[in-house]
Design a protein around this ligand. Structure first.
Ligand SMILES: *[C@@H]1O[C@H](CO)[C@@H](O)[C@H](O)[C@H]1NC(C)=O
Ligand SMILES: *[C@@H]1O[C@H](CO)[C@@H](O)[C@H](O)[C@H]1NC(C)=O
Ligand SMILES: *[C@@H]1O[C@H](CO)[C@@H](O)[C@H](O)[C@H]1NC(C)=O
Ligand SMILES: *[C@@H]1O[C@H](CO)[C@@H](O)[C@H](O)[C@H]1NC(C)=O
Length: 390
């Protein structure tokens, strides 16, 4: 295993060195034209991304979720289907990886930025960064959130919730609409914000389609240099051959009719310290504890909700969630139910309280509640641009 790891590390170092040389040569003013340079960078990146899978290190969590799972609280997870399942399955000891195409990479503003958030964002940056942090307004520009968060009372070692699935229709080419969880510790001002993020998103700019897709993200330096979407950089180690990260999810909910969910569970394995991800009852893999600084122990904040990003000026009409406000309720407004956190005794329990963050509540809003079936839940979302949100 360690020999294997060393081989892959060596390959990565060589690939990085090659990329560096290429860029160096181009910026040093050789006759290589800009489009040619971008194409060569893109191909170099693709050689690194689309490689044959290597053996991974830890194949299952030492502390299985069965012991965390409170069966009386949660119905069995819904099976999830992904479009690629129609075409077959992965053989044993392999994992499904979404192929990256040349046009995907070239669509990014630069090859280096492919698969990165730019700018990166978490909803409550203004709460966790120090007052007067000059970076905060910039990083949040273009992002609109409607979220709930638990913070302060405890250390958090994970979270689990059921996420209503929708397919919001993107208004402008570079917008995205997503629903996710965030597990964080650190700050923008210290450039040491660590995050683990999982959810679904519609993001034509990244995937070149309008499908609802499962995504993950991580960073340990407030989105500056580390981290990426899905498997577009090293970090997350996938162990399951059932679910493709970045793959499409279906079916999605229909307004006033069938409702579909995806069950997402992230927890810190007390033995290895790695953060494991379970989706729809499948253990997908883990973020090694070693890729983090401030999440090496526990998290200081957990958040759940929706985000719409639009880089262009003026309010976008890209919807969040179902595109309907929380007041419309079940079957119409999108929601996240059975929201639980993992506490320091590794038990799943309801967060001791949640705060809401909804700055543009005439555009997108969020409401919280508790009941016997759903425990802690939120309804969130909205249409974006409308007469009250011009
Ligand atoms: C599991 O859920 C039941 C019913 O809601 C509750 O009584 C029990 O305390 C829960 N157990 C844990 C460990 O949370
Ligand atoms: C996909 O990419 C092609 C070529 O770049 C583009 O013409 C098309 O509009 C894109 N489709 C979506 C849904 O983004
Ligand atoms: C957050 O990170 C800091 C710095 O690494 C650490 O001292 C603190 O214990 C972390 N918080 C939690 C809840 O683990
Ligand atoms: C809903 O959120 C408010 C804060 O916005 C909090 O005070 C209240 O306890 C929450 N209610 C429930 C039922 O979780």
């Amino acid at each position: 295993m360690s020999a294997m790891t060393r081989t892959s590390m060596a390959a990565l170092v060589v690939a990085l060195a090659f990329l560096f040389l290429l860029e160096g040569a181009a910026t040093a003013g050789t006759a290589v034209g800009e489009p040619v340079r971008r194409l060569r960078q893109a191909r170099s990146l693709l050689r690194r991304l689309n490689k044959a899978p290597l053996a991974s290190i830890e194949m299952r969590p030492s502390y299985h979720t069965g012991s965390l799972y409170n069966d009386s609280n949660n119905a069995a997870p819904h099976p999830i289907t992904q479009t690629w399942h129609q075409n077959g399955k992965c053989p044993e000891n392999t994992v499904p990886i979404r192929r990256n195409k040349e046009e995907d990479v070239l669509r990014a503003s630069s090859v280096r930025k492919y698969g990165k958030k730019s700018p990166g964002s978490i909803p409550i940056a203004n709460l966790i960064s120090s007052v007067g942090d000059p970076d905060t307004p910039n990083v949040l520009r273009g992002h609109q959130h409607a979220v709930a968060h638990a913070q302060g009372a405890d250390k958090y070692y994970g979270t689990r919730a059921g996420f209503n699935l929708w397919q919001p229709k993107i208004d402008r080419a570079n917008d995205f609409s997503l629903t996710q969880l965030w597990i964080t510790n650190g700050s923008y001002s210290g450039n040491d914000l660590n995050t683990i993020e999982v959810g679904w998103q519609v993001f034509p700019y990244l995937y070149n389609d309008s499908n609802t897709r499962l995504f993950i993200y991580w960073t340990r330096d407030a989105y500056k240099k580390t981290g990426c979407y899905n498997l577009l950089c090293s970090g997350f180690i996938q162990t399951s051959n059932q679910i493709a990260i970045g793959g499409s999810l279906s079916p999605v909910s229909i307004y006033g009719a069938s409702q579909y969910y995806i069950d997402i569970f992230v927890w810190k394995d007390p033995k290895g310290g790695n953060w494991w991800l379970q989706v729809g009852g499948y253990d997908l893999g883990y973020w090694p504890s070693s890729i983090f600084s401030n999440l090496a122990d526990g998290a200081s904040s957990v958040q759940w909700g929706g985000e719409v990003f639009s880089p262009d000026a003026g309010q976008t009409s890209t919807p969040m969630g179902s595109g309907h406000f929380p007041e419309e309720g079940f079957g119409k407004a999108s929601h996240i139910k059975n929201i639980n956190v993992v506490d320091s005794s590794n038990s799943l329990r309801m967060p001791s309280g949640v705060d809401l963050q909804n700055k543009q509540r005439n555009c997108y809003n969020v409401q919280n509640g508790t009941n016997n079936d759903w425990g802690t839940y939120i309804y969130y979302g909205g249409p974006g641009k409308n007469p009250n949100c011009p």
